[in-house]
Design a protein around this ligand. Structure first.
Ligand code: ADP
Length: 536
């Protein structure tokens, strides 16, 4: 049996402890520290081999962090060791200060036996504890049994706690870094969420200084965050005064809101710049803080719709009343008991009644189509549609009404079918040709169709009154009518083109007009040849 290894002197021992203590407090990598310490302890106790394993609490395993003098096979087998298993795992689980095994061959808790396969008999397990937790394990191996002296080994407990502290420190640093990363990620996610809010968001601190101003607030009010952050009302007042319509009223509403933001006040105001908008400002107190927040919502569209509804009611009642009055008037006239009407006159009156009833029917149909288009519930019956036939039919239908015009068709042979709702396309064509008739007193009306890439272009040209350049966009708006004698003569409600636009858009196409006043107009729309890839 080999003689036990003793340190040459206590002085040597103390110097090792001192060196380890110094090393632990020096800022360096954990792996390096563990390796250095292992070298010193192996030398001090004249061990044949050693290893340091670090606890992975989550996985309940010991992970081999540093080793000396053991075979690569042993190191590979012990790369991860379950806590609670074998002598080392047991020492960590039990939190024992030190375990000495004189002969692994005789120790029932040495169940795995990798040490013995590598030719080691004696074993020293030193759990590395700090703050009431075991952070790892230092293990020494001796080839001979009884290689380690108990008194000597117990002095290692200082090293155990120093290494425990070092691992604890690194673990804490890792944990802090992880928490910081999480906080940063959450902050970034929240920031990008608030930044991408469609609504403007403004936060004002207890001193009245702007603490947050998101990109939508920049867009709505035309003021960059850099210009207002950290600043008080003086940074905004003059600017708001310049862009808010009826600034005095806006300022009064703002004062009332600021008097009690906790009551969640809200008011609306219009800005003229950077773009004309109606904005709704809703105030709210910021929970657990001084100051308040404001959400700015763009309600321009909603207010426009409100205005449109009012206008719709006015127009509809006016437009319905006119033909209705005619019908009523002529019917009452015919019914007069005191007058005997000539058959020709009777027929003439009945024709007027018939025409006015048609006008009424058309108007109601248009209104219904428009409300369905707007609600997005206009059902389109898609299928392959041959435009040549459709154009022929429309022309044939309207020819009796074009006495003073020449109606021509220009469709190339072999024009591909389009993917559309035939009934709705006929309605668009009908409307455009009718307009061409209405707004020209003669000349040629030409319906053309051409392939352009994945679409077919259909155009209706006339040689009529034409449309001024500044009206070309507006004629597609609901109820918009160019102010002029021709329009007044023609009648109508200004709905036709907006319905055409809605129908064409619902097909994925475009519609536009080109015109020269006094020369004529061309209305063109596109329809897709193929159904969209996603189906319909
Ligand atoms: P309306 O019922 O008034 O015809 P539309 O929506 O069809 O309504 O047209 C809107 C306005 O566009 C018309 O009032 C008219 O001023 C103008 N417009 C439409 N088509 C033509 C055209 N072919 N030539 C000249 N002006 C046109």
């Amino acid at each position: 049996m080999d003689p036990p290894h003793y340190p040459e002197s206590d002085a040597e021992h103390l110097s090792t402890l001192h060196a380890v203590g110094e090393r632990v407090s020096a800022p360096s990598g954990l792996t390096e520290l563990l390796g250095d310490t292992l070298d010193r302890v192996i030398e001090l106790l004249r061990a044949d081999a050693g290893a340091i394993l670090v606890a992975d609490e989550g996985a309940r395993e010991l992970v081999l962090a540093s080793h000396r003098g053991i075979s690569a096979a042993f190191a590979a087998k012990e790369a991860r060791l379950p806590i609670g298993t074998c002598m080392c795992g047991h020492a960590v689980e039990a939190g024992e200060p030190l375990v000495l095994v004189d002969d692994a061959a005789l120790e029932p808790r040495c169940v795995i036996g990798h040490c013995m396969e590598d030719g080691f008999r004696s074993l020293l397990c030193l759990p590395l504890s700090a703050g009431g937790r075991v952070w790892g394990l230092l293990r020494l191996h001796g080839r001979a049994p009884d290689a380690f002296d108990g008194r000597e080994a117990r002095l290692l407990s200082f090293i155990g706690s120093q290494l425990g502290l070092a691992i604890q420190r690194v673990r804490l640093q890792e944990e802090i870094a992880r928490l910081l990363r999480r906080i940063e990620e959450e902050h970034a996610a929240l920031d990008s969420l608030v930044r991408s809010l469609v609504d403007g968001l403004i936060l004002v601190d207890g001193d009245g200084r702007v603490a947050y101003w998101n990109p939508s607030a920049e867009r709505y009010l035309g003021l960059k965050a850099e210009a207002v952050l950290g600043r008080g009302p003086e940074a905004i007042d003059a600017h708001l005064h310049a862009i808010v319509q009826d600034a005095a009223q806006g300022a009064a509403a703002l004062r009332r809101a600021l008097a009690d933001p906790a009551a969640y006040p809200q008011f609306e105001f219009r800005v003229t710049a950077p773009a004309p908008r109606t904005l709704q400002a809703r105030f709210f107190p910021v929970q657990g803080r001084q100051g308040y927040g404001v959400v700015l919502r763009d309600v321009t569209g909603e207010r426009y719709v409100d205005e449109m509804k009012t206008q719709l009611l006015a127009t509809v009642s006016h437009e319905l009343r006119t033909p209705l009055a005619s019908i009523k008037g002529f019917a009452s006239t015919l019914l007069r008991a005191d007058v005997q009407w000539e058959p020709a006159t009777q027929r003439e009156f009945l024709q007027i009644i018939d025409q006015e009833a048609d006008r009424l029917g058309e108007l109601i149909g248009n209104l219904l189509a428009m409300s369905r288009l707007e609600a997005g519930v206009l059902r389109l019956d898609f299928g392959r549609v041959g435009l040549a036939g459709l154009i022929e039919e429309t022309a044939a239908e309207l020819r009796p009404r074009v006495a003073g015009h020449a109606l021509s068709i220009d469709v190339p042979a072999g024009l591909p079918d389009v993917w559309a709702d035939a009934r709705r396309v006929r309605q668009v064509l009908h409307n455009l040709v009718e307009n061409a008739i209405k707004y020209s007193s003669g000349g040629e009306i030409r319906i053309r169709a051409r392939v352009a890439g994945p679409e077919v272009l259909v155009s209706v040209s006339d040689q009529g009154v034409g449309i001024a350049a500044d009206q070309l966009q507006r004629i597609f708006e609901r109820f918009y009518q160019v102010d002029g004698a021709a329009t007044r003569r023609a009648g109508g409600a200004g709905l036709g083109l907006s319905i055409c636009k809605g129908i064409v858009k619902a097909h994925g196409g475009r519609i536009w007009a080109e015109s020269a006043p006094g020369v004529g107009s061309t209305f063109t729309f596109t329809l897709p040849i193929d159904p969209p890839a996603t189906g319909n």
